[in-house]
Design a protein around this ligand. Sequence first.
Ligand code: AMP
Ligand code: MG
Length: 493
Amino acid sequence: MTFAFDNTYARLPERFYARIAPTKVREPRLVTMNHPLAELLGLDPAQLDSADGAQILAGNVVPEGAAAIALAYAGHQFGGFVPQLGDGRAILLGEVVGVDSRRRDIQLKGAGRTPFSRGGDGRAALGPVLREYIVSEAMAALGVPTTRALAAATTGESVVREELLPGAVLTRVAASHIRVGTFQFFAARDDREALAILTAYALARHYARETGGSANSENDALQLLERVLEAQASLVARWLGVGFVHGVMNTDNTSIAGETIDYGPCAFLDEYDPAKKFSSIDHGGRYAFANQPRMAHWNLARFADTLLPLISEDDGKAIRLATERLERFPAIFDAAYTGVMRAKLGLMREEENDRALVADLLQRLASSGVDHTVFFRALCVAAEDPSADAHVASLFEEPPTFRTWTESWRRRLLNDEITPAARASAMRRVNPAFIPRNHRVEQAIVAAIGGDFEPFETMVRVLARPFDDQPEFTYLAKPPLPEERVRATFCGT
Ligand code: AMP
Ligand code: MG
């Protein structure tokens, strides 16, 4: 089995990671292998989708050229700083450059204990592995920057959680695994040299194009801060557009590359509710749906803190420069978010009143508890056929709640020069018919634990084309019945 590994992170100084091989498991068996992603990575899907592939993807065989490491990082978890976290159950095999010329990490999650495991067993249970597989691949198909899932394998071993559960390993693919928490790890140790190395590395790896690859050390830190601010603003705007609640936006789960990472307790909104939180450990609703932009900003402030010594030797100047950048975040986010919402409403040109139109709509959706995804998909039909308004209105407890808004929306549509059919088709490309509904994800996991992987495979297949009506699968598009509703999610660690 050949991987053309080129392991740049493993060539950074030894204090950035621990060299550690995955722990062997009893009986590796592939649950699923992502052929299109394998091809994108320049790997041979047929070769990987085999018994030999399972040996690698469950961690029993370390392929030639790999440099297996667990990365060091720290992080603020629900506001409290933990100076040492690190990959406690994930092992990076190495990096490959895909057919699209992009470099990506290939990491085994659930691959056994590492020096960062603290009390943990280093393992993952099948449920959370399938959940991450389904949701991260759905996010990719929805056009949201995200880590990907290359494979899921069972281990033939049990893991002990509240009960005994089947063990599994997820092969995660990421632009990199550098987090805000990686910077915090070195900042907490006053390791200015490591911070400078990491900054230059992250800029070159993720933002080389935007910065022209310059290596001007004083401004590297400010440039990186600006790029990460933009990437996070755009990311969270897209989350809100599809109704995604990350659930555990700690700084160790905030990617410097701007990808969604760590699919623990995440969930999608059914009915629109800005205060919605699912995670059983998020007691105060810190990471509730509409709080996400604010929490991203908070995380970026923690990121800026770590860069201060690189921004300037003069503390006052460093703080002033970093603060200036941070203060731009709300406006950058607002522009990204308004862009996302304009597209959802089928608005072509930019008008100042669009924000008010969006805010007014969201208030009405919230007060009527209308399903977020169903609403926007139905609006696509109404965009080309006003007689569909009656159907959209019927989604509201009080249909006039929609009718009074739709009058302003239709007036606004007149300002764009586009045919109704073209508008509707543009709207269908941003308003999905299918999202990974929490109750369906749960059902697929329960079936898989019972040995039936068919619902899991069907979900993955349907969610790969979220913007296409797939009439034979409308059951996957429907909101849950009251008795099917998922009220809380768990980290699954
Ligand atoms: P998470 O909540 O998944 O972001 O994980 C937070 C920290 O706990 C990270 O350092 C993980 O590597 C670590 N961790 C989570 N689950 C386990 C486990 N089963 N064994 C060892 N470490 C774990
Ligand atoms: Mg994490």
